[in-house]
Design a protein. Structure first.
Length: 156
């Protein structure tokens, strides 16, 4: 799989620094980034730019911004079969998932995860990043995106 066929999808991200870190990840690895509105910040936010350093100016043309989930799906119907939906509320490990070409790595909001509607619709495509300490909820969004992206690249 070429890295141009790896897409990271952020469903209604809330924290600009996380998105900035993911911008950097995508730029450095030639991954496609999708942001699904509403965003919890402005794209002019200094925290976003600080985390993304100077990559935003060179990478923003590679970022697709979608007004909502339906608008995203209209442009990327392959998500139906090529999406992996990351959730802390499933037991299926992302290591056991099939990574197609293309692959869409879909992440939810930092505070609430994916919507219930997405959880229900894609229940058979939910995956989680395993953790050794059951007392913790989940990884930080930018860390989870990096772990998932590098697993997708390793398989490609």
């Amino acid at each position: 799989m070429s890295t141009s066929q790896i897409h990271i999808v952020l469903f209604q991200p809330e924290i600009p620094a996380n998105t900035g870190n993911i911008i950097r990840l995508c730029f450095l690895n030639r991954l496609k980034l999708h942001l699904i509105e509403p965003l919890g910040f402005s794209l002019d936010d200094t925290a976003l730019r600080r985390a993304g350093i100077d990559y935003w100016d060179r990478f923003h043309s590679e970022v697709e911004i979608h007004s909502d989930w339906d608008a995203f799906m209209e442009r990327h119907p392959a998500v139906e079969t090529a999406g992996l939906f990351f959730s802390a509320h499933t037991s299926r490990s992302f290591w056991d998932a099939d990574y197609g070409d293309p692959v869409y790595l879909v992440f939810g909001r930092e505070t609430a995860g994916l919507s219930e509607q997405i959880h229900q619709r894609y229940a058979d495509r939910l995956v989680t990043i395993p953790k050794r300490n059951a007392e913790g909820r989940s990884l930080n969004l930018s860390n989870a995106a990096a772990v998932a992206a590098y697993e997708a690249m390793r398989r490609g």
